[in-house]
Design a protein around this ligand. Structure first.
Ligand code: UAG
Ligand code: ATP
Ligand code: API
Ligand code: MG
Length: 490
């Protein structure tokens, strides 16, 4: 593709020489990966600045550069105000607008994105769609799975993946859209058909300096809805009416809104809600009619997730009876309120709660049904929002009967310091065991018949990241192993 065509949707740019005849055969953001004929995009990052690697990119055969300032190089370059957003547009053009003509559902909010995306995958598959899914756990193209580094990957990976999906006849893609992605323009150029808002509570204040900035980043998904080059209608914003941030999301979009909720009046509602030990039962009330839902998913938070999924499915034209069937068949997502059963006389649940709000939700759900004590093993990730640490500890102390504080992924921080941050303000009444395996062993050893043990924070993760290195660590496997040992020792 000729460079001017690659730049079709870049409104303002300057060049150092004529670009009319420059042929581009690939687009790359990492100098180490550049191939002959590539357009190299210089991105300023947290650790490096792509502008510092143009010599390597040129040596490897870059045909041209996209950058944010004038450079002392001989090859053509294009100066743009924001190379990250420009990369979204360029990738979209280069990969031939793959999301145009595909049903694309984007889900944003602090908690519930992964859960809703898997519910929707089940709904769409039951409705005979060929699906793509991109999120925290992995990327899926039909039944094939691929690893991802980020919940929402960079725009090059994204558009290339959408392109592959189209080649494999995917007609419907569901993706999680993180606030980091919105802030960095990773989804710039994506033609979303449905945008879902789950909820907003504290997280990521290491990246966004205030809750207002975090809220603003989330609202960008709604501002972008229908605001792409060749939007195909209709578009819908599916918004949790019960959340305080609902108003901001609604005001951010020019598209029709399908609201959902339990408490406030909304287009899609759960009525006669009954939360019980084996799941939830409620009447799903929608503009398309009402239906009874009998789900094995536990807790009120999962009812919200089902309402959001129902909203996105209705907005995508799926019939209510298909939605009912899929929601009732869903067994939930790996590492999300996942029980571990080794015939022990107490409950063990693995969950990905890593924010104060999600931990609160999960503990509250367990409390309602637990006949004995709720014991919670939890830590906080390193190099992430430090201010959520004491709040997570408070939630564990208030809603659990026995808190065991331990390590999550310390990353490059001191595990002891993270635990100090969590517990400094507390005056005791908890256990602190820095080694996560030992902490789990201790909790399981203490559990009495009728108790429930929550192992929170790492869910589906199969590693523990310590000092930049990933060690094999799977809460589910470890719990299973320790439960077997416990049984044998008795
Ligand atoms: C803070 C952040 O968003 N970081 C992302 C960013 O990395 P970075 O800014 O550190 O990049 P960098 O290493 O400084 O490099 C800058 C540029 O120089 C280039 N470079 C670098 C070295 C070199 O030799 N040559 C070269 O060209 C790089 O290719 C890059 O283009 O760009 C990378 C590539 O896209 C991302 O993988 C990386 O995410 C890291 C892994 C990360 O941890 N991100 C988290 C905070 C994140 O984004 N999380 C959200 C989920 C949150 C949630 O929902 O809970 C997510 O969507 O995953
Ligand atoms: N709707 C919800 N409201 C509040 N908490 C929820 C909700 N759904 C799930 N949770 C809790 O949050 C945890 C994470 O859920 P999920 O993985 O679906 O969220 P996410 O938004 O994808 O998170 P991430 O930002 O890490 O990608 C769950 O394990 C559960 O404890
Ligand atoms: N997407 C979240 C995941 C947190 C998971 C938790 N186990 C941790 O490592 O903090 C983040 O990057 O903040
Ligand atoms: Mg997720």
């Amino acid at each position: 593709m000729k460079l001017p065509e690659v730049l079709t949707h870049i409104p303002y740019f300057q060049t150092n020489q004529s670009i009319a005849e420059i042929e581009i055969t690939g687009v790359e953001m990492d100098s180490r990966e550049v191939k002959k004929g590539d357009l190299f995009i210089c991105l300023p990052g947290e650790h490096f600045d792509g502008h510092d690697f143009v010599d390597q990119a040129i040596k490897k055969g870059a045909a041209a550069l996209v950058c944010e300032r004038a450079l002392d190089v001989s090859i053509p370059y294009v100066v743009v105000p924001d190379s990250s957003r420009a990369m979204g547009s360029i990738a979209n053009t280069f990969y031939k607008y793959p999301t145009t003509g595909m049903q694309l559902v984007g889900i944003t909010g602090t908690n519930g994105k992964t859960s809703i995306s898997y519910l929707l995958e089940e709904v769409f598959q039951m409705n005979h769609h060929k699906t793509g899914l991109i999120g925290t756990i992995q990327m899926k193209i039909n039944e094939s799975v691929y690893p991802v580094k980020n919940t929402t990957p960079d725009s090059l990976f994204l558009q290339k993946s959408f392109h592959t999906m189209k080649e494999q006849n995917v007609d419907t893609t569901i993706m999680e859209v993180s606030s980091h992605a919105l802030d960095k323009g990773r989804v710039h150029g994506c033609d979303f058909d449905v945008a879902v808002f789950t909820n907003l509570s504290q997280d990521h204040l290491d990246y966004h300096s205030t809750m207002d900035e975090y809220l603003h980043a989330k609202s960008l998904l709604f501002a972008q809805l229908g605001n792409t080059y060749n939007p195909q209608h209709p578009k819908f914003a599916v918004i949790n009416e019960d959340d305080d941030a609902a108003g901001v999301m609604k005001r951010s979009t020019a598209q029709p809104v399908l609201s959902y909720g339990i408490h406030k009046e909304a287009a899609i509602m759960a009525k006669d809600l009954h939360l019980h030990e084996k799941g939830t039962t409620f009447t799903l009330s929608t503009p398309e009619g009402e239906t009874l839902i009998n789900s094995s998913l536990m807790g009120k938070f999962n009812v919200y997730n089902m309402l959001a999924a129902a909203g996105a499915a209705i907005a995508s034209g799926v019939k209510l009876e298909v939605i009912k069937k899929a929601l009732e068949a869903s067994k939930g997502v790996r590492g999300r309120f996942e029980p571990v059963e080794e015939n022990q006389p107490f409950g063990v649940v693995i969950d990905y709660a890593h924010t104060p709000d999600s931990l609160h939700n999960v503990l509250q759900t367990m409390r309602e049904f637990c006949k004995g004590k709720v014991r919670v093993v939890v830590g906080c990730g390193g190099n992430r929002d430090r201010t959520k640490r004491p709040l997570m500890a408070d939630v564990a102390m208030e809603f659990g009967d026995h808190a065991i504080f331990t390590s999550d992924n310390p990353r490059t921080e001191s595990p002891e310091q993270i635990l100090d941050d969590m517990t400094e303000h507390l005056s005791g009444g908890y256990d602190r065991i820095v080694d996560r395996r030992e902490a789990i062993e201790y909790a399981l050893g203490k559990a009495q018949p009728g108790d429930m043990v929550l192992i929170a924070g790492k869910g589906h993760e199969t590693y523990q990241e310590i000092n930049g290195k990933r060690y094999e660590f799977d809460d589910r496997e470890i719990a299973r192993e320790l439960l077997k040992q416990l049984k044998e020792s008795k």
